[in-house]
Design a protein around this ligand. Sequence first.
Ligand SMILES: Cc1cc2nc3c(=O)[nH]c(=O)nc-3n(C[C@H](O)[C@H](O)[C@H](O)COP(=O)(O)O)c2cc1C
Length: 187
Amino acid sequence: MTKKVLGPKTHLCPMPVVLVGANVDERPNYLTVAFCGTVNFKPVIVAVGLGKTHHTNKGVRENGTFSINIPSAKMVVSSDYCGIHSGSKTDKSTIYGTFYGKLNTAPMIKECPLNFECKLLQTIDFPVDEMFIGEVVESYADQKYLTNGVPDAKKIHPILLTMPDNNYWSIGEPLGKAWEIGKKFRK
Ligand SMILES: Cc1cc2nc3c(=O)[nH]c(=O)nc-3n(C[C@H](O)[C@H](O)[C@H](O)COP(=O)(O)O)c2cc1C
């Protein structure tokens, strides 16, 4: 097998599409983010990579709080809108309904099936982006997106992104149970 060398690119395939929220000058602002992941199990710690010039970053720095909201596939158009318009020029505060939780300053999106309220722990400065590392102090979900009390991906219908073709995708069928299906493996 000959591998084609592609270079150091952002091909991680697929990436989750989330909306990161922060209060900027006391108004909620949301941007679309694909550079997002969980980095610690307990406490739950997440990291997002946000371009340093983005309007949202101001709010994260000001308040030391932010939110991660999971949009569902039916929100793909408004989610993309949040990724092509900056809050520095366009007011994005009324696109969605906003609610606040324990921290009072991390705006979360009512229409998103799942919301994570985060307290900023650390900021790492990279050449283009700054990585905001935050502890999830609470998470929220509408009852209708849960099965037996836990988030159900089929009901949530999250959005995925592939680059560099820049396509949005939805998830397909489950392949099997994690931490279980591997027990069947035989060399
Ligand atoms: C699908 C998609 C994914 C994006 N992912 C990121 C990302 O991971 N990090 C980032 O800094 N910007 C990302 N962007 C760009 C920002 O969302 C965009 O520049 C936004 O307008 C910034 O908003 P703000 O200035 O109001 O904060 C993405 C945009 C789209 C459409």
